[in-house]
Design a protein around this ligand. Structure first.
Ligand code: SAM
Length: 387
């Protein structure tokens, strides 16, 4: 079994030698985002799609971007059709989603297209180059502005939508364990021939404070994750807005379900060539590492920064809400035998099917600066959710 990219293993080992065991969160940061060798930084081949390690909504079909384009259009209308509508996407990977949304806008709503500026937040140079090529090829390059991250954007300046798909699950998380009647943090140390986890005190007061209010079960050896970066991120994203929406798509649960007494091993998972494993200490830099998202934490931290929850539902319900008018039009038009229609329906079923992507992915919509919370198409079948 490969320990991982030798140069990355050596870099982490050197850090541990110098400073002692590191929080798992730091290990995950290095494994995914080390500036030279991190999984998402050094691109040998695509990470996502059939020849990569996993599929995402975006890689299944352009349909996902087209449907989100419809939702963005409605959000633009709710905001009063502003001239300076901005869509910000973070975690844009190869730029496909941006291209799908912008192409849809150009074809179906030229007025919205004319008034939209699309921002991609991308700190990784190689990823940005791939995004630029994708958007140029789609004829949308002049619509897009890049920034390394949220720090570069002026607070209170934006009217529009902040979108991410599977961004938050890729933020490095702290691991915690209940052992000998108290909560501890898990650290990574070098064991001579590989890395291993050891427990210790919390590495920060911020983590201790977060753990103190989680609905945790005191089950011996219960292990789970705390994503402090997600909380900081939503507060920072909220600060960008004069008015608008944050639409976060990812797999996850509300806190009650996330920290369920039966989920004793947490949600940390690794993906390599479409195979799952729970061992993050191998294939370092060669496999993705992810943890599900605690949407209650996003809702709660967002509220502190002035965001109201507009709705929370699963992908199945969001997709049906968005697409139901289109499907009825398609069926009435008698195009069912058309191969393009068949491909679209197949993609739609993959995105919606409860055993594929329909029930694990969730949509959280938060808003700031609106007088009343709007009834969005994607939320028309959402059950009332308490986060
Ligand atoms: C699981 S991939 C999802 C990619 C894409 N959204 C999709 O659905 O196909 C996660 C992406 O988030 C990016 N990412 C993680 N942290 C980021 C950050 N702070 N700023 C920008 N991108 C980030 C990673 O580089 C990676 O491209």
């Amino acid at each position: 079994m490969s320990l991982g990219k030798p140069a990355l293993v050596e870099a982490i080992r050197a850090e541990i030698n110098a400073a002692g065991a590191i929080p798992f969160e730091r290990f995950m940061e290095q494994a995914l985002y080390h500036p030279e060798y991190g999984y998402y930084v050094e691109r040998r081949s695509p990470h996502i799609g059939r020849y990569g390690d996993f599929y995402t909504n975006v890689s299944v079909s352009g349909l996902f971007g087209q449907l989100m384009g419809q939702q963005f259009e409605q959000m633009w209308e709710v905001l009063g059709c502003p001239d300076d509508f901005r869509i910000v996407e973070q975690g844009a990977n190869d730029g496909r989603f941006a291209a799908d949304v912008l192409r849809w806008m150009r074809e179906w709503n030229p007025e919205l297209w004319a008034r939209t500026q699309y921002w991609i937040l991308e700190p990784i140079v190689a990823a940005r180059q791939v995004q630029e090529a994708t958007l140029q090829a789609a004829g949308c390059g002049e619509k897009v502005v890049w920034s390394e991250g949220l720090d570069g954007l002026a607070a209170g300046s934006m009217t529009g939508v902040f979108f991410s798909n599977e961004l938050v699950d890729s933020f490095p998380v702290h691991l915690i364990i209940y052992r000998r009647d108290s909560w501890k943090e898990l650290y990574v140390e070098w064991a001579g021939d590989g890395f291993r986890l050891v427990d210790g005190d919390f590495s920060s007061g911020e983590l201790a404070a977060a753990v103190a209010v989680l609905p945790l079960h005191r089950v011996q050896r219960y292990t789970t994750e705390v994503n402090l970066r997600a909380r900081r991120w939503i507060r920072q994203a909220a600060n960008l807005f004069r008015a608008g929406f944050i639409l976060t798509v990812d797999y996850g649960y509300d806190a009650e379900n996330y920290y369920n007494a039966k989920r004793i091993d947490g949600t940390l998972l690794c993906y390599h060539e479409h195979r799952k494993s729970a061992n993050a200490l191998i294939r370092i830099g060669e496999q993705d590492i992810t943890a599900h998202v605690d949407f209650s934490a996003l809702a709660c931290s967002g509220e502190e920064a002035g965001l109201a929850v507009v709705g929370f539902t699963d992908q199945h319900h969001f997709m049906v809400g968005l697409a139901q008018d289109d499907l009825a039009t398609f069926e009435a038009s008698g195009q069912a035998a058309d191969p393009h229609f068949r491909d679209t329906v197949r993609a739609f079923k993959t995105l919606m099917h409860p055993e594929l992507m329909g029930s694990s992915f969730k949509f959280l919509v938060q808003a700031k600066g609106l007088e009343a919370l709007p009834a969005l198409d994607g939320l028309r079948f959402a059950r009332n959710a308490v986060l």
